[in-house]
Design a protein around this ligand. Structure first.
Ligand code: ZN
Length: 70
């Protein structure tokens, strides 16, 4: 179980207090899941975060949740 889970509704890492997924969580996710499932999972997170942070520019959220994928 990760110590780098998101704290809602701001989606900040509970350990780093950085925007989730933080650098540590990104590395964990890449090691835990295959690329297709990871992209699907992060897409669901992106939709949920977009609802929680409706004030945030969609492009910024997209880069944060999806844009770092290899
Ligand atoms: Zn973290």
């Amino acid at each position: 179980m990760t110590e780098h889970a998101p704290v809602l509704p701001l989606w900040l890492c509970e350990t780093c207090e950085r925007p989730w997924p933080c650098v540590t969580r990104r590395a964990e996710l890449l090691g835990e899941q295959d690329p297709v499932h990871l992209a699907y999972y992060l897409s669901l997170c992106l939709i949920s975060a977009g609802q929680d942070m409706s004030w945030a520019p969609p492009d910024v959220l997209r880069r944060r949740f999806i844009g770092w994928l290899p």
